[in-house]
Write a protein that binds this ligand. Structure first.
Ligand SMILES: *[C@@H]1O[C@H](CO)[C@@H](O)[C@H](O)[C@H]1NC(C)=O
Ligand SMILES: *[C@@H]1O[C@H](CO)[C@@H](O)[C@H](O)[C@H]1NC(C)=O
Ligand SMILES: *[C@@H]1O[C@H](CO)[C@@H](O)[C@H](O)[C@H]1NC(C)=O
Ligand SMILES: *[C@@H]1O[C@H](CO)[C@@H](O)[C@H](O)[C@H]1NC(C)=O
Ligand SMILES: *[C@@H]1O[C@H](CO)[C@@H](O)[C@H](O)[C@H]1NC(C)=O
Ligand SMILES: *[C@@H]1O[C@H](CO)[C@@H](O)[C@H](O)[C@H]1NC(C)=O
Ligand SMILES: *[C@@H]1O[C@H](CO)[C@@H](O)[C@H](O)[C@H]1NC(C)=O
Ligand SMILES: CC(=O)N[C@H]1CO[C@H](CO)[C@@H](O)[C@@H]1O
Length: 503
């Protein structure tokens, strides 16, 4: 206050001011496009391949759902900014300053010291959402407060802490963004969240599943796309909404304003379009959605309530996760822009320049020999077939067979072959004694690709990291994601119903 500038010629001062202003506004010119990388797959791309994939596509922002060391090590050099997540299960363990400091030291500073650029911590993930699960995590905001304070006190200047929320924290059934608010039962907690974020200048993070939101509201699916072809639009105080993204974004903006922070930064933590297992989930729609969405984010257009303000959004997700839970449906395993072996599923230009291109394929993926395991066709004992299919699909990912899936149009024989092949590939085509292509002598190995149209019978990949139970998953310590290893509890009965129906 009242301090005099040392002598600086006026012109220079003006130039400095202009420079400062323009470099500030540079920061808001383009929205950030990041991606989420989940690793619930049986054969994972090795982290250095993923780093290469991201850099090839000029993606500089990544969110990981766990904080495992071997993943982060690949990001030494700091070219990619990383968001790490403290899983919901770990929230309760961080209940005072000391535990928060230890966690930050171990999970962030230790890595930052090796030039790994971690700039955001997600404290829990959709703690109040009952979309994917039944339990909620009411203590998330307490942990967020503790971690936010620990970041400030311990000099983590470039790291922010926040918590992503799913759209089900909003009041359902609203017809206009101006009517939006947080659900009455969550309102007090959400006000607390907003206030913590407001004081630490961290963004409010929203996770959006466009086709689901549209389906819930019984709106025309066209409303999901930014290049909508329907006449459906929503008028609100002179604003016109022609797509669900702007509708949801501005609904959150409204709810946050009602919670007392009209200028709080917001960010999209997950937005994606699965390619299987949900009405409207397919490659063509996913491609169409991102074709308009990415340029929209990269522009400074903003939304009706926040015109000219750039939007940061993380695409969900980088690769399919073939061990992901499927409590809600097969779509949970089909979020990837890439299949889990690193092949792009559709055209997408991450730069937002409207180029009609496939993204770069993962380099270094090596496929096993072209050998497939198929059903010999002996249908004399259907019980045995049924049991063998059940055994195969208990471990391998058979979700594409489910109604609406890319392999749901197969014949009975092809269905059985698909299941057998999945199991055989998953076990690295192991075919010495104790063969993985026997199935009570119902199966045999062939060298001709049995794929049927768009239903691909995959071949195993070599250059992948084999998932290990003792590693990333099933740990119960703060900082580790705990997930069931196989999400087959729903799949099995479903598959059985389908098979039984055929018999
Ligand atoms: C804090 O967490 C530890 C376990 O991580 C637990 O033993 C302790 O009871 C908790 N303290 C409070 C006040 O909840
Ligand atoms: C959309 O509007 C145009 C022009 O007003 C009209 O011709 C067309 O029938 C409408 N389409 C639908 C699906 O309502
Ligand atoms: C948010 O921050 C602004 C300015 O820093 C302040 O005026 C406002 O009261 C804060 N709102 C809440 C809910 O904390
Ligand atoms: C099918 O196989 C099972 C188990 O091997 C056997 O118990 C059953 O009798 C067989 N059914 C027929 C119709 O052969
Ligand atoms: C194959 O399985 C799928 C889904 O499991 C089912 O929809 C389809 O009808 C089956 N095809 C035949 C001909 O059995
Ligand atoms: C998951 O996908 C990978 C890559 O395509 C494949 O190698 C593996 O067998 C699949 N795992 C399961 C459980 O189907
Ligand atoms: C597998 O093992 C059995 C004895 O357990 C043996 O008779 C058979 O020849 C072996 N098959 C192969 C392909 O090695
Ligand atoms: C028919 C219709 O409502 N089309 C709208 C689709 O979205 C664009 C861009 O937001 C609008 O300009 C159109 O009016």
């Amino acid at each position: 206050m009242g301090r005099q500038f040392p002598f600086i010629p006026l012109a220079l001062l003006q130039a400095l001011i202009v420079l400062t202003i323009s470099s500030c506004s540079l920061n808001v010119v383009e929205g950030v496009i990041g991606v989420n990388w989940g690793r619930q797959t049986s054969h994972r791309l090795i982290p250095s391949m993923v780093v290469d994939l991201l850099l090839q596509n000029d993606i500089r922002h990544l969110k990981v759902f766990s904080v495992s060391d071997n993943v982060l090590e690949a990001f030494v050099g700091g070219e990619i900014a990383i968001t790490v997540t403290l899983p919901n299960e770990g929230l309760k363990n961080i209940n005072n300053t000391a535990t928060a400091e230890r966690w930050l030291q171990h999970r962030i500073r230790r890595h930052q010291n090796r030039n790994i650029n971690i700039n955001t911590v997600f404290v829990g993930s959709q703690p109040f959402s009952t979309f994917y699960r039944t339990e909620t995590y009411d203590n998330a905001v307490d942990t967020l407060k503790i971690i936010t304070k620990a970041l400030r006190v311990n000099g983590y200047e470039n790291v922010v802490a926040t918590t992503p929320h799913f759209t089900d924290v909003l009041m359902p059934g609203i017809m206009k963004p101006s009517e939006a608010d947080f659900r009455p039962d969550l309102k007090a907690k959400m006000v607390e969240f907003v206030s913590v974020l407001n004081s630490s200048n961290a963004p409010f993070v929203m996770d959006i599943f466009p086709i689901h939101f549209v389906a819930e509201n019984k709106w025309d699916i066209e409303f999901s796309f930014l290049d909508n072809k329907s006449n459906f639009s929503i008028k609100d105080n002179g604003h016109v909404y022609t797509n669900v993204f702007e509708f949801v974004y501005d609904s959150f903006v409204t709810a946050i304003a009602k919670a007392g922070a009209p200028n709080l930064k917001v960010m999209v933590g997950q937005i994606g379009w699965p390619t299987d297992g949900y009405p409207g989930a397919n490659v063509a729609n996913a491609e169409r959605f991102f074709r308009e969405f990415i340029p929209f984010v990269k522009s400074t257009k903003g939304t009706p309530l926040r015109p000219g303000i750039s939007i940061d959004a993380y695409i969900h997700s980088l690769v399919d996760e073939n061990l992901s839970r499927i409590s809600l449906g097969a779509f949970q395993r089909h979020w990837g822009v890439y299949t889990s072996n690193g092949q792009p599923k559709y055209k997408i230009d991450f730069s937002g320049a409207h180029r009609d291109i496939y993204p770069t394929t993962a380099k270094g993926v090596v496929f096993m020999p072209k050998r497939w395991c198929v059903f010999k066709g002996d249908k004399r004992n259907l019980t045995v077939i049924e049991n063998q299919v059940r055994r195969a699909c208990a471990e391998a990912d058979c979700t594409s067979l489910l109604p609406g899936g890319t392999c749901s149009q197969l014949t009975f024989e092809q269905n059985v072959s698909y299941a057998f092949n999945r199991y055989y590939q998953m076990n690295s085509q192991y075919s010495k004694n104790g063969s993985t292509c026997s199935f009570e002598d119902l199966a045999m190995v062939v060298t001709e690709d049995p794929s049927v149209g768009t239903c691909k019978f995959p071949v195993e990949i070599l250059a992948a990291e084999r998932a290990e139970t003792g590693g990333l998953m099933k740990r119960n310590r703060a900082g580790e994601r705990i997930e069931g290893f196989f999400g087959s509890s729903i799949l099995l009965p479903l598959l059985l119903i389908v098979l039984l129906r055929l018999i």
